[in-house]
Structures are given as structure tokens and as C-alpha cells.
Ligand binder design. Structure first.
Ligand code: 9MR
Length: 395
């Protein structure tokens, strides 16, 4: 018993360190750790990610697609481990308005129902992006039958229709997605389909229209390579500067989504990620890790066994470091993985020879990365700062 208490106190101290807290912050919680330990077996080893994260008010999510939740074993994990759902594709313009003026909400509705049935919040994804646009829209713009002014008005209608339909049901909306270049210096991509065809006002307009349609939703700008992946931090700097400007102009942007698509073959700085999250928070923004995954080279796309044994350590390590950076900053309110199994990951289809990016394997069994996140969250309950309060949607 005595030994357990000592261990528990040690865990609280470690949690304070991993979460960047002080031992003074952790002290009141050390008692809780000791109590938990003296109650018997450590309960966190069987606790879900969502329950562990809830202890500090963090939401843990996954992207989902409707086909996957039709498999009962998959749906059971999706419903029990996560407290937020991001429709991976179902809310994109191409899916919801396949023919002009003709809407198909079936996939989005299915995921919204799933989330409600499992007491989960929803990250709406994504309203304005250059990919997965309906063919009628891109063709009309290309052949000149849709003018720049008409495109802006169609975007207005699209946002108003979709955000109004799910008003009160969406916690965070990814309003604008991937507008910045990966160059140094970075900036808004002048070749971006929206910038070319509608002009740069599309970004502030989109936030304004979304806010008018659902004043309670948290509105996010979402992008990749803005959380420690880019050694120069140029893209972070450009996005930070732009969001600061939007905020100063009174544009209703409330958060920034750091996608977090990592690859073990590239350098990445968790310390920089934490600083970047802190800087965004300093603008008064909430932060979300929105699409976390860590890919590596694998034997084949079916089995997805890493070809380098070191990757089996690097992959969970990078997940863990990403989560710990998020845990350190209370304005970081959610941590979402972009699909949780290796078999539903986008990675093998896009990056030749890579995979193993998820936290569950191809047989829906938890991997080392799952256990790393689970233990980090268990420790966080004894030292990481509680998340700032955010709006909880009406049910
Ligand atoms: O996971 C999505 C995949 O099924 C689609 O084919 C792909 C199309 O580009 O989009 C994927 O999701 C993307 C997300 O919407 C935005 N950030 C990058 C994600 C991976 O491509």
C-alpha cells in the first residue's frame, strides 16, 4: 500500500512535468492519485481515451466515414473511445450538393445520429476547401458560366444552408481549410482555386456567414505543417499573422486546427508544436489537433507492418509527444485522430509504401500508440491544466 502511494505521488509529479504544470498545480491532485491507487488495480489501464481525457475536460475524437460504422466491432470502438466525431468526408460540398440545388444529407445525418447516440460532440469538416468540390461547380467556373461574383454567392448559400441545417449540433466547424503555401516565406496560396476564382475575401466572408448561421459554433481555420513540422516555422508564422489580422478586424474566427499529419522519416519538433499552440492561444484562439496520424514505411498496404523496427517506437513516440504538447496548453480543447485503424487510414492510398499511421492495427486491435495516449491521458489527470470552457451544443 505504502509503495503504491509513493508511485502515485511520482505519477503526479511526472504528469506535472509532461503537461508543463508546476508541482504546486499537481499537489491537490496527488491525493486523488493516491486514493485511486489504494483502491486496487490501476483503473486507467482499462479506461477509454474519452473517459481519461474527460477528467481534464479534453475531448478526444476520430474522423469517421459511414461505411466503417456499419461494422459493429468498429462502431463499438468509435462510440466508446472517442467523445468527438469528425465526418471525414460526409460534410464536404461534393457530398452534400452533388447536383446544383439538390442536396444529399444522408451521410452527414448518419454520422450526426451516431454521435448523438454515443453522447459525442461533432467537428464539422469542412466548408471551404479547394478539394472535394462538386463537379458542377468546378466545371461551371472553368467554362465561365459561373462568374466570380456568382461563385461568392454560391459559397454564401452553401455555408448558410449547411451550417443552418446543423445549427446547434456542431461544436467546432472547420470553416476554411488549407489556404497557405508550404514555401518560406509562406502566405495565402495565390494559386488556390478559391483565391483565383473568388478572391481573398472568401476567407473572412466564409467566417462571417458561418457565424450568422450558427452564432454558437466555434469557427476554425484548419491547416497542416503549422505545428512543428516545418523547421523554419514559416507556415505557422504566416497563418498566425493572418489570423491575428482577421481577429483585429473583428472577423469571427475562434480557433485554429493543427492537422498533425506526421511521418517518422521527417524531422518534427514537439517543443515547437507546444510553442505554436501557446502562440495561437495568445491571440485568444482555441486550438484543436484535428487530423493526427503518424505514418511510416510498411511491408504492404494490407498488413502494414513497419519495415524498420525503430518505427515501432518512433510512431507511438510522436503520437505521445503530440498529445503532451496539446495537454500542456488549456486552450487546446480537442485531440482528433484521422481515422483510428490502419485499415481506414487515408495514408496507404496516398503515400506509396507508407502506412501504420493509426492507433489501432488492421485488425482493430490497439497498438502501442493507443497505449501511449492512454497512459499520457491517465497521467494528465494528475497534473495537466483543465481545458478552458467552451460552448456545449444543444442536444
Ligand atoms: O480522409 C479524406 C479522404 O477520404 C479523401 O479521399 C481526401 C480527399 O482529398 O480527404 C481526406 O481528408 C483530408 C481532410 O479533409 C483535409 N486534410 C487532409 C486530409 C487527408 O487528405
Amino acid at each position: 500500500m505504502r509503495r503504491r502511494s509513493v508511485l502515485a505521488a511520482g505519477a503526479a509529479g511526472a504528469a506535472a512535468l509532461l503537461a508543463g504544470g508546476t508541482s504546486a498545480e499537481a499537489a491537490p491532485l496527488a491525493k486523488t492519485a493516491a486514493q485511486a491507487a489504494s483502491a486496487g488495480d490501476a483503473p486507467w489501464t482499462s479506461a477509454s481515451l474519452r473517459d481519461l481525457a474527460a477528467r481534464i475536460g479534453l475531448r478526444v475524437g476520430s474522423a469517421l466515414i459511414p461505411q466503417d460504422i456499419e461494422t459493429p466491432s468498429y462502431a463499438a470502438i468509435a462510440g466508446s473511445q472517442f467523445s468527438v466525431v469528425t465526418p471525414g468526408n460526409a460534410m464536404k460540398w461534393q457530398i452534400v450538393e452533388p447536383a446544383r440545388g439538390s442536396y444529399d444529407w444522408s451521410q452527414a445525418d448518419q454520422l450526426v445520429s451516431f454521435a448523438h447516440a454515443n453522447n459525442q460532440l461533432i467537428r464539422g469538416h469542412t466548408l471551404i476547401w479547394h478539394n472535394q468540390l462538386p463537379a458542377w461547380l468546378t466545371a461551371g467556373v472553368a467554362n465561365g458560366t459561373i462568374t466570380s461574383a456568382q461563385l461568392m454567392e454560391l459559397a454564401h448559400q452553401h455555408i448558410t444552408t449547411e451550417v443552418t441545417r446543423y445549427r446547434g449540433k456542431i461544436w467546432q466547424w472547420d470553416v476554411c481549410n488549407e489556404f497557405f503555401t508550404d514555401a518560406n516565406p509562406s502566405g495565402i496560396d495565390q494559386a488556390n482555386w478559391w483565391i483565383v476564382n473568388a478572391g481573398p475575401d472568401i476567407i473572412p466572408n466564409a467566417f462571417t456567414w458561418a457565424h450568422e448561421a450558427d452564432p454558437n459554433a466555434l469557427l476554425f481555420y484548419n491547416d497542416y505543417n503549422i505545428g512543428g513540422e516545418d523547421g523554419s516555422n514559416a507556415k505557422f508564422t504566416a497563418v498566425y499573422t493572418y489570423l491575428r489580422q482577421l481577429r483585429s478586424q473583428g472577423v469571427p474566427v475562434h480557433g485554429v486546427g493543427i492537422q498533425g499529419h506526421l511521418d517518422t522519416q521527417y524531422g518534427w519538433s514537439p517543443a515547437r508544436l507546444r510553442q505554436d499552440i501557446e502562440q495561437y492561444a495568445g491571440l485568444g484562439l482555441k486550438v484543436a489537433i484535428t487530423e493526427a496520424d503518424v505514418r511510416t514505411f510498411v511491408n504492404n498496404a494490407t498488413d502494414q507492418v513497419p519495415t524498420d523496427s525503430l518505427s515501432q517506437f518512433a510512431q507511438p513516440f510522436e503520437y505521445s509527444e503530440m498529445l503532451k504538447a496539446a495537454l500542456a496548453v488549456p486552450e487546446c480543447i480537442s485531440f482528433t485522430v484521422w481515422g483510428f485503424t490502419d485499415s481506414d487510414s487515408w495514408v496507404p492510398g496516398v503515400f506509396a509504401g507508407e502506412g501504420y499511421a493509426g492507433i489501432y492495427d488492421v485488425n482493430q486491435q490497439p497498438k502501442a500508440a493507443y497505449y501511449a495516449l492512454q497512459s499520457d491521458l491517465a497521467l494528465a489527470a494528475h497534473g495537466a491544466p483543465r481545458r478552458v470552457r467552451t460552448y456545449t451544443p444543444r442536444s
